[in-house]
Design a protein around this ligand. Structure first.
Ligand code: UD1
Length: 432
């Protein structure tokens, strides 16, 4: 296995470049299954989740040509002949459940494994399933698989209200509705930039969508969709992570440039909270310039769906708060159990405690390097951030979680001034 060894104290001077969005690339890849011609995608990040999803898609008979270093992928679903997503792959990545909507739309049937558990606690898919039923699908559960079919070979379309609003369910239902016989309406649809960009790709393929970026998404089904060349958008969570990295470990008063990100994709709540810490943010044409202050100020946040504060940035925010003299709170309202990083951070001396769905942080204490364990993607990057400002060496174990969602993190950070390296290790070796 690999670990990241971070030696704290070296300032991050930048620049850092933001890769393509993971959470947008996955639905864009799914959309390619809705047409029988070649779809070319660019700015696809070279990440483990993308490789996993490529394999999920290949099971269907779709041909995929992937050039990871060039960040390009061409998918040709003209050869798609198997409407199945097996457990062995779906269990590795929940977003594989997008195959339900893609296959139902394209083939009128799908057999997709239920994703199962998640490190953050329960993450149901009931809205995905109820949404497909509302479009006219019959659904059975068979040995851990969702078996879905459109009784007349094609979905009718229908109306469905999401409660709560869900990124994944909006995408899944939109995939299925695009090739339905009739029209569909998704009420309380997600308006995250990932969803908007995905809808724009569907539109470029000839899908009839209205209300993109609003809470009411209307989709008039069409008989077929066309191949398209489409560019993925930059990763907003990677951008937010680097903004926090710059604020905590840059040199006060010295700007750090983050290239290629879209600040507007972060939502106002994050940008407002970030500025209130005293950190400077300039949004320039091709970069975001972050200037660390002499002294960071504590700012409490509450995660919400977009444009609220992103749940995918709360673990990183905890480290920013640990660097401020003063007390603050991080309230998690999207996934109330998403605090697996806290016990690891406590081992590093971070004074944070979990009270219900909140973390109380007493900032300004010294952070010490030690061995810590990654538990999920965003929790892992918070441990790397902590290591960057810790005294001594931090070993972030089980780094495969990070590889799911941060492209070449250690290479990017080390080129930007951080002392970080990837090292192989034996997890079960006895300590000497
Ligand atoms: C996506 C992101 C994830 C992010 C999350 C919230 C991807 C691959 N993942 O996950 O990184 O943290 O959005 O921004 O894009 N819910 C239900 N029933 C359902 C589906 C969801 O109750 O069937 C609830 C969830 O428990 C959660 C809320 O809806 O409380 C929002 O979740 P959702 O937007 O669906 O998250 P994902 O799409 O799974």
């Amino acid at each position: 296995m690999d670990k990241l060894v971070v030696r704290g104290g070296n300032p991050l001077t930048g620049p850092l470049t933001v890769s393509g969005s993971k959470n947008t690339a996955l639905p864009l890849m799914s959309a390619a299954l809705l047409t029988d011609g070649p779809v070319s995608l660019t700015n696809i990040p070279d990440l483990k989740d993308i490789h996993t999803f490529r394999r999920v898609i290949e099971v269907t008979g779709t041909e995929v040509e992937h050039l990871p270093h060039e960040h390009r992928m061409t998918l040709n679903a003209g050869t798609l002949d198997r409407a199945e997503a097996p457990y062995e792959l779906v269990k590795r990545m929940r977003a594989s459940f997008y195959m339900l909507g893609a296959l139902l739309g394209r083939m009128g049937k799908a057999r997709v494994s239920l994703p199962g558990g998640c490190a953050w606690g329960p993450r149901p898919v009931d809205l995905h399933i109820e949404g497909m039923k509302a479009l006219g699908a019959t659904i059975d559960l068979d040995q851990g698989y969702v078996v879905a079919s459109a009784p007349s070979g094609r979905l009718d379309g229908g109306r469905f209200t999401l409660e709560p609003s869900s990124v994944g369910a909006t995408i899944n239902i939109a995939l299925a509705a695009s090739l339905a016989r009739g029209g569909s309406v998704i009420e309380n649809a997600a308006i995250e930039p990932d969803v908007v960009h995905f809808c724009e790709m569907l539109q470029a393929m000839g899908a009839k969508l209205d209300g993109i970026g609003t809470r009411t998404l209307e989709i008039q089904g069409v008989d077929s969709l066309s191949p398209v060349d489409f560019q993925n958008c930059p990763d907003r969570i990677e951008l937010g992570t680097y903004m926090i990295a710059a604020a905590i470990s840059g040199i006060p008063g010295k700007p750090v440039d983050l290239i290629g990100g879209r600040a507007d994709h972060l939502g106002d709540a994050f940008l407002d909270a970030f500025r209130r810490t005293g950190t400077g943010v300039e949004i320039l044409h091709d970069r975001i310039r972050v200037t660390p202050p002499e002294e960071l100020r504590p700012v409490s946040v509450r995660t919400e769906i977009y444009p609220g504060f992103p749940t995918d940035l709360q673990a990183q925010w905890t480290i920013l708060m640990a660097r401020c003299a003063g007390n603050s709170k991080v309230h998690e309202s999207v996934y109330p159990d998403r605090f697996k990083h806290i016990p690891e951070l406590q081992r590093m001396g971070v004074n944070a405690i979990i009270v219900g769905d909140e973390v109380m942080i007493e900032g300004g204490k010294s952070i010490q390097g030690t061995n810590v364990m990654s538990t999920d993607l965003r929790a892992s990057v918070s441990l790397v951030l902590a290591g960057m400002v810790a005294e001594g060496e931090t070993h972030v174990l089980r780094v495969y979680h990070l590889d799911r969602g941060y492209e070449r993190l250690e290479e990017k950070l080390s080129a930007a001034g951080v002392d970080i390296e990837r090292v192989r290790y034996d997890e079960w070796a006895d300590p000497n």
